[in-house]
Design a protein around this ligand. Sequence first.
Ligand SMILES: Nc1nc2c(ncn2[C@@H]2O[C@H](COP(=O)(O)OP(=O)(O)OP(=O)(O)O)[C@@H](O)[C@H]2O)c(=O)[nH]1
Ligand SMILES: [Mg+2]
Length: 678
Amino acid sequence: MISATGVASYKTLVSRLLRVFGAHGPRRLVLRGEVAYNTGMAIDLILGTAGHIDHGKTALIKALTGVDTDRLPEEKRRGITIELGFAELELGPYRLGIVDVPGHERFVRNMLAGATGTDLALLVVAADDSVKPQTREHLEILRLLKLDAGVIALTKCDLPDPDWLDLVEEEVRELVADTFLADAPLVRTSAVTGQGLDELRSALTEAAQQAVRSTGRRESGPFRMAIDRSFTMAGHGTVVTGSVLRGKVQVGDELTIEPGGTSVRVRGLQNHGRSVEQIHRGQRAAINLAGVHHEAIGRGQELATPGHLIPSRRLSIRLNLLPSAPRPLKNRALVRLHVGTAELMARVVLLDRDQLTPGDWAAAQVFLNQPAVTIWGQPFVLRSESPIMTIGGGQVLDPHAPKLRRRDEQSLKFLTDLAADDSVMRASAALFFAGWDGWRPEDLARTAGVDDVQGASRALADRGDLVEFDVSPTRTIRVHRRVLDRISRRVAAVLKRMHRENPLKTLLDRSRLASHFTYLRSEGMLGVVLRRMAEADKITLSEREIALAGQGPQLSAKQRELLERIVELHRDAGYQPPSVEQIQAQVTRNSNAVPQLIQVAAADGRLTEISDEFYLDTEHERQMRSLLADRLTNGNGLTVSQIREILQTTRKYAVPLCEYLDRIRFTRRQGDVRVLCE
Ligand SMILES: Nc1nc2c(ncn2[C@@H]2O[C@H](COP(=O)(O)OP(=O)(O)OP(=O)(O)O)[C@@H](O)[C@H]2O)c(=O)[nH]1
Ligand SMILES: [Mg+2]
């Protein structure tokens, strides 16, 4: 990190400014300003160098641009690049922001940070040294990062004899066969003699054209930039730099730093040393921020439009282990994950196998030691600790993933759908993985790479995948129908268990069921699931009680015998049914099951509840109503005593029986008598 704090003389301040922004001499600044003004419509792209240590990357960039991107004293002393270097190259309609990376194997992590956001690559191979380990590794990284345009430069062509050059060229062609550079131009150059520089410029112009065709401009939409440096500048405060991945930013804009969620305001902007009002994708940006200390942020974090990025420690991914990986990748292996400019420790959980063979692809989840911000489709690179090398990479499928069970067929199917070309299929899968967490249509851009989010969510509703319901007057929940199915299955499983634990109960306590689903964080959500289950006759449901269809009480032979005895006692007793205590007195065994068994008989419709105290045999209850109906049709009412006589019972039973008849609206009270209800 570069620090430029403290009061400095004008001269040191200028030199610091230039160093910090990777800029050029003052005369050049003015010139560049004019060029920028005249070519206001320039198409900006980021070019990244790649190649083995000492192969002449920095020298070639200097030959092309006049800028020595090695600016650290240590870089000068050791003659190698350590940190990222920056320069700028105008090529007709294109303006290339150049990121020069180190080739040393110990600084591959810096190369990875620099490779983020690059649109085209300049792969450098020294003619006197040919293909070397970091030539291969950098090429693999660019491939994994999904670059698809570039140029190969054979450097130091002033050194070896021409026959040797042909051999090297052959080796390079062999290396890049089957990669995005298979058909790329290979230009013989020398930074010493200037050989091939014009040819290189025109090859780069063509590659730029191709990069624009394949990446699009991506200047619309949210702003996003992965931070590669953060430092402080005297008189300005915090400055962060990076390659703008998407969108544009203006002085005065409010942005968020993620992970962390820190709100900041853009105080000033520079592009290659020029102060500008606006910076867009494909440009290098130095952004002066208000609202944050430079030490509170750093490489790996991102600057974005508020709400655009959501940090997560868990990602679902599609993972490729390189054929060159030294050994299979085991489930739960610990690796380094490079995404954006971030480098994180990650545990890889393979979802459909126990180990991944070199060369193969698999669906996986990574559990990170710190949150990362990614979007659907974002490429990443995996490196192993020992040996320290690049072993694989792939794309993010779910940037904010729920924990998935291994070998779960439904999850694996939806993960496959997330990698599909069909955007509605991806949208459906993203909706599924959003679970019950308050999905919004606009999330689809980030979670499924869908541009037309409204169209996609309409298609989801039409397919019946998207279920919307209001859980409160102000809150609508949107979920995948398969998510509701999943919750339904859990409800059924919990109810089954509750029935097993309460074998004599016909109806279960609804609030006890709800206590198993607090993780839904919405009463309304469970309510919707239960209503859908009731409509499908999978459960019976009332305000307080619930039962799973086909899950009646489970009685033992003894209990069944006792149940029959209870029903028999009621049948024999006519309109003077026994109380619970009386029944218990008559049966010696299992007497404490009596109250529940009475309820079982009532739920089966064999007994009818008259009051808290007693039940009637259901057949007697029906007879009672027909007896009384006969006597009541004349319109004259009956007193309690008359009813007692008709039923040949005692007052102890007649009063509750009359109250029962009123309650079920068979009779109604009129003064001293009961009359029939119409
Ligand atoms: N003869 C000759 N020497 C060159 C040429 N290009 C670079 N060199 C020399 O090769 C050495 C390494 O060059 P750099 O440009 O620093 O190499 P690099 O690829 O940037 O190295 P790292 O950034 O450390 O990976 C330097 O001593 C250069 O002077 C060339 O075209 N011809
Ligand atoms: Mg260098």
